[in-house]
Ligand binder design. Sequence first.
Ligand code: KG4
Ligand code: ZN
Length: 360
Amino acid sequence: MKFLGIETSCDETAAAIVESGSEPGLRLLSNVIASSAELHRAFGGVVPEIAARSHIEYMTPVIEQSLAEAKADWDDIDGIAVTYGPGLGGSLLVGVMTARTLAITKNKPLYSVNHVEAHPFATFLTKTSPALATTYRLPSSPPEFPMLALIVSGGHSQLVLFYDFFNHELLGRTRDDAVGEAFDKVAKILGLPYPGGPSISKAAESGNPTAFKLPKARLQGKYDFSFSGLKTAVLRTLQAECDKDYNFPSINLAKFLTDAQKNDMAASFQSVAVETLVDKTILAADEYQPKSIVIAGGVAANQELRRQLDQGLKQRPIYTDIQLCTDNGAMIAALGCFMAMHNQPIADPYSLDISPGLSM
Ligand code: KG4
Ligand code: ZN
C-alpha cells in the first residue's frame, strides 16, 4: 500500500509518500518540504497570513514533486492522509481542501490525522528507497507498544503513553508555553534568528550552562510541564545584567548584551529547559515500563536533550531522524497508512473540516 501524506499546519508545506509491506515498519519513498520560515524571520515568528499564502503557492508543486521522487503516479496511490488539526486555521485549510479535492477527483480514501499524534509515527519509518538511503538515518526496527512518547515542538510539549496505534493516554502536557515556543521566545530576547531552537543550541555550544541560575517549575500534575516562568526568569536576569528595570522592553535588550552573555544565557536556558523534559520522561519510563520510548517533534532535534536522555534513561530511546523531527508529510502518511491497515474510519471528502484547537 502506498500513502500520500499532506501537512500544512504551520509554516511547512509538506507532502510525502510511504509504503507498507510485509514487515512491521514502513518505507519512506519521498519527503518534500517547502518552508516559509525565511519569510517569517523578519518578524521573529510565524505570521499566519504569510504562512497560508505560501501554502497556496507551494502545495501543488510539493505534491507533484513527492510523486515524482517516489516514482509513483496517481494509480499507485492507495490513500491520502492529511493534517486537520491542531494548527493555524488558514494553513490547515489549504492542506485539507487540497486533500479533499484530490480524494474526490482521484477517487482515493481520505484519512484525517491529528498532527501531534502523528509526530512519533515518523519513527515507524524504518526503510527508504535507494535514492534516499544516504539522506535519512532511520531506526532498524519500529517501536513496540506500549510506547512512551515525548512529543516536543513549537506548539506542544507532552508525554503520551500509546497502548497501540490508536489508543493512548495523555500523561502530562505543558500548562503554558510549549518548549519550542520558549526556545523561540528566548532567542528573540537574545536577538538570535528565528526559529529559536537551532540558534539557541548553536549559541549554547560556546556558552557556560551554569553561568546563570534559572528556576525549574514545580507543578501539581506529575507529568506536566511549564516553560513560561523560565522564559520570564531569562528576561528578568538579562534586564538586571544590563542595569535595566523590569519595564525595559525585551525587544531592545539584545543590543546591550555581549556575545559571551548571549551564549551563556542560551546554554543556561537550554540546560534547564531540557532537564525539565528529561526529569519527567525518566519518571514516566520508571512508572510505566514501556517497551519503547520515542522522542519526537521539532525539539527532538536538540543534541543536549539527546545527551541528557541517553545519560538518564535505563533504556535507549528511539530518536526521530533529525530531518523528520520538524513538521513533515512522512509522519502524516505513516499514521494514515496504519489507519488504513487497521480499518480505522475514513473521512468524508465532501465535509472534512479543520480543527485548529484539536487536542490528543
Ligand atoms: O515540530 P515542529 O516543526 O513544529 C510544530 O509542530 O510546532 O517544531 C518546531 C519547533 C520550533 O519551536 C523550533 O525552535 C524547535 O522546534 N526546534 C528546536 C530545535 N530545532 C527545532 N528546539 C531546540 N533545539 C533544536 N535543535
Ligand atoms: Zn509539529
